[in-house]
Design a protein around this ligand. Structure first.
Ligand code: NI
Length: 478
């Protein structure tokens, strides 16, 4: 920024020049000048406001305000979307900083005048486009009023203009307990790696700042996710404002899968390292997807960081394709439970084939993936069904623990049944069509975890079983 000095009222005043020259020529310019209220100081120049709509950031405008008084200058460039749910909180935040700056200036006004010093507030917006209409913004505010050192604050936002909202932490990241503690660890490691920051850190302040993910200040690009802390928030002021940047390679496993897909990032399969002594089981949910129960079950599984396998009916998938897709997107596995839940042992081979294939193709259409295994309805299975399953390359999967949730519509009874029959290597049968099963799940997952159980998809459990001699689960009849 070019500075020149002019004389006014007999004093030297530093003035910023060529503000508009900062902005790219590709931007369209609309100028709205308005008379600012005569706020706090004696002779503030009217604030000038400029709104620029951008060609490279569709939907996102930049509103620039400049103001100059005898004792201060002010430059604010703020994102502006014409959506009040997004704009108002940003506006409020800026207003607060502006008011506290002007209050501070007022307090030290005499000193400023005596020392011929102009206080300064500068708020800039740095924008990163993730994909069209999804932007990561960093609002960076620097102010110097009285003291020798200025203070820097950073407020990041991630905006999804397709949905007209500012994304919360839970929209961006997975927030089950395991993911949260992994992310906290990554940030802590990031801080330790930077000696200029680590020597100033106050561990207790850091823990406080990390405790509630809703308060995390996140910005990102497609290559990294950054966590921000204000000057003095977690470290001595000398460390300045702190930005911990974590490579996307490491963070990708903790992105909310729905968000990852929106910004075009593919979450790689997490390498599963299995402990030969581990107590692994597979939870399975049959007969869905169901409009209300399946979402509840997904929510609970996500809160506990547990993956499961859903044996879906092709007829249900046809009605609720987006639920099927959500199941897969959230890291679960989908199996084929036939099109319409008929007893396959009573059908001709051609009909059996149709029942399985039509269901598989509905699942493929809804999710982009074929089911990994077959569970025949009622567990009804014979050589003829087995032959067709082999032909279609679908392992036939039964269960070794029946929750009896189809019979006992009671959360306590379901929990009791499973907890008294579960064993390492178990495949547990449940149904995502009964509200009582969804009711039972939070306590069930807690109890199973307390007993040291870990959760795999059926395919993972089969691979583990083949390695460790657990099973077989193929072709077990009732
Ligand atoms: Ni069934």
């Amino acid at each position: 920024m070019k500075r020149r000095t002019i004389k006014r009222n007999g004093r030297q005043i530093k003035r910023h020049n060529n503000l508009l020259g900062l902005f790219s020529l590709t931007m369209l310019i609309a100028v709205i000048a308005f008379g600012a209220s005569q706020l706090f100081t004696k002779n503030p120049e009217a604030a000038k406001e400029v709104v620029m709509s951008s060609e490279i950031y569709p939907g996102l405008n930049l509103k620039t305000t400049t103001q100059e008084a005898d004792t201060y200058t002010l430059f604010v460039s703020q994102p502006y979307t014409n959506n009040k749910d997004i704009d108002e909180p940003i506006e409020e935040l800026i207003e607060q900083q502006r008011n506290s700056f002007i209050r501070e200036v007022k307090e030290v006004e005499r000193t400023l005048v005596e020392n011929d010093f102009s206080a300064h507030l500068n708020i800039q917006t740095a924008t990163t486009k993730l994909v069209d209409k999804i932007y990561s913004l960093e609002l960076k505010s620097y102010q110097i009023a009285g003291g020798a050192n200025g203070a820097t604050r950073i407020q990041p936002f991630v905006l999804d203009l397709n949905e007209s909202k500012r994304l919360a932490t839970a929209d961006i990241l997975k927030l089950d307990d395991d993911s949260v503690s992994d992310i906290q660890e990554l940030i802590h490691e990031g801080i330790q790696k930077d000696p200029e920051v680590s020597e100033y850190i106050f561990e207790d302040l850091f823990q406080d700042a990390m405790e509630n993910p809703d308060n995390w200040k996140i910005s990102m690009s497609l290559d990294s996710v950054s966590f921000h802390f204000n000057q003095g928030q977690i470290a001595a002021g000398a460390a300045g404002a702190i930005k911990v940047e974590i490579a996307m390679e490491e963070m990708i496993y903790y992105l909310n899968p729905v968000f990852a897909e929106k910004i075009g990032l593919e979450i790689p399969e997490e390498p599963v390292t299995l402990d030969p002594e581990g107590k692994y089981i597979a939870l399975t949910f049959d007969d869905g997807p169901h409009a209300t129960v399946t979402p509840r079950i997904l929510e609970t599984l996500s809160q506990h960081g547990v993956t499961a396998t859903f044996y879906m009916l092709g007829s249900q998938v046809e009605y609720y394709p987006s639920l099927a897709k959500q199941v897969l997107d959230e890291g679960h596995e989908i199996g084929d439970h036939t099109l319409s839940h008929k007893d396959l042992t009573r059908l001709a081979q051609s009909q059996v084939k149709e029942e399985i294939q039509n269901s598989s193709s509905n699942i493929l259409e809804a999710t982009g993936s074929l089911p990994k295994s077959l569970r025949p309805p009622y567990g009804a299975f014979n050589d003829s069904v087995g032959e067709i399953a082999r032909e279609l390359d679908l392992p036939v999967i039964m269960w070794s623990v029946d929750s009896l949730d189809w019979k006992n519509r009671d959360a306590k009874a379901i929990n009791h049944e499973i907890m008294t029959t579960v064993h390492p290597g178990a495949i547990v049968l449940m149904h995502d069509i009964h509200a009582t099963t969804a009711d039972a799940l939070p306590q069930l997952l807690t109890s199973l975890k307390n007993e040291g159980y870990e959760f795999l998809t059926v395919t993972q459990l089969l691979e583990f079983g083949e390695l460790e001699g657990i099973g077989p689960h193929r072709g077990i009849g009732q």
